[in-house]
Write a protein that binds this ligand. Sequence first.
Ligand code: GUN
Ligand code: ZN
Length: 434
Amino acid sequence: DNKTEKLLRGRLLSFKSSPTGPNDTSAYTYEEDGALLIRDGKIIANGIYAEVLTAASPTAQEVDHRPHLLLPGLIDTHIHFPQAQVIASWADQLLDWLNDYTFPAEQKFADKVHGARIAKGFYDALLANGTTTAVAYCSSHPNSVDAYFEEAEHRGMLMVGGKTMMDRNAPDALCDTAQSSYDESKALLQKWHGRGRTHYAVTPRFAITSTPAQLEAAGALLKEHPGCHLQTHINENHNEIALTRELYPEAADYLGIYEDFGLLGPKTLLGHCIHMNERELGVMKDTGSVAVFCPTSNLFLGSGLFDKARLEGAGIRTAIATDVGGGTNYSMLRTLDEGYKVLQLQRQRRHPLETFYWATKGNADALSLSDRIGTLEAGTDADVIVLDAGATQPMALRMETVETLSEELFLLQTLGDDRSVVETYVAGEPRKGA
Ligand code: GUN
Ligand code: ZN
């Protein structure tokens, strides 16, 4: 359909692999005067503007984004949709924060009208910040999952999510049962997984709020639907770990619980992974499970420092995420900045080429979705953002002295936020303000 053909002109940056250092130009492609040709929601050509132009139909609509950068849409691999009104709550550490703020807020999602209204604001915030794909926990109410995916469908976004399964240690109004959580998750999965761009994630909250029977149900569901993701939390906070070990005294350790119920594998996303023992590292590697780093949340809740070098040194796949509302910002740029500081404290600071890889192709690889998202490669979905490293006065001042792409990326990471996102294209459609 030529009517929908779009030609986006700007400076293109897309990653192929994780840059090994500042000079690893083989890890990415950068086109100074580049363009993307988009048709029917897909990138059909990319490269030098003059060359891509020859492939475009005469009626293609050209949008000139020079001198800005065009990157793949940012990916947030761990966020809580029902915590849009929990973010910025003054609380003690994890378990108190959950009981005092999070569980009360999540109860409101029994009401579909509430969920639908919050979904609008939630997606507005993602798109304003250049996030085109997120992996979210919904509440334990099936209504909240419908609200979440209906809004994703409305905006044409590739979103992953699922009903939080929780059958103990929470208010009655949030608790399901092992059987009802299985039945409801299965029905939601059958309704939403693979419908348009949406993907279902089996979502037991964490071991504290699940009985063994419920984790068994989650394992059964995952086994029946191996194409789905599984997401949960692990080793975030010392009090959480102590209570978990009391509830599951038979397990070898925290990860051993999830291992015993068959919850681990290459589509398993484990939030936090801060306090891991050596055995757990080995099991993570052997199962291909992903460790998800949530820097703003880990600092805000005082949880601890994610040890990226230790995890990756053990051969474990990693991803990075906001974890709103334990996390304090929807922006993946702010998240990369805080992540940099967490790693800097441990003498593990990373180069901006590596961090921008992480938030795009790296997170897409962690989700096993890089055939669709995370790059600007032809044939993939046209989720593209336009970034301006001089968006604010302090940024513009610093930009005067920037000489290299790496410096520009580091400026975007350190000072950037939603103001640096000029536009967010979802499947080729401009959606930042819409
Ligand atoms: N562990 C269990 N539930 C949660 C949650 O909602 N947020 C965070 N950060 N950790 C959790
Ligand atoms: Zn979380």
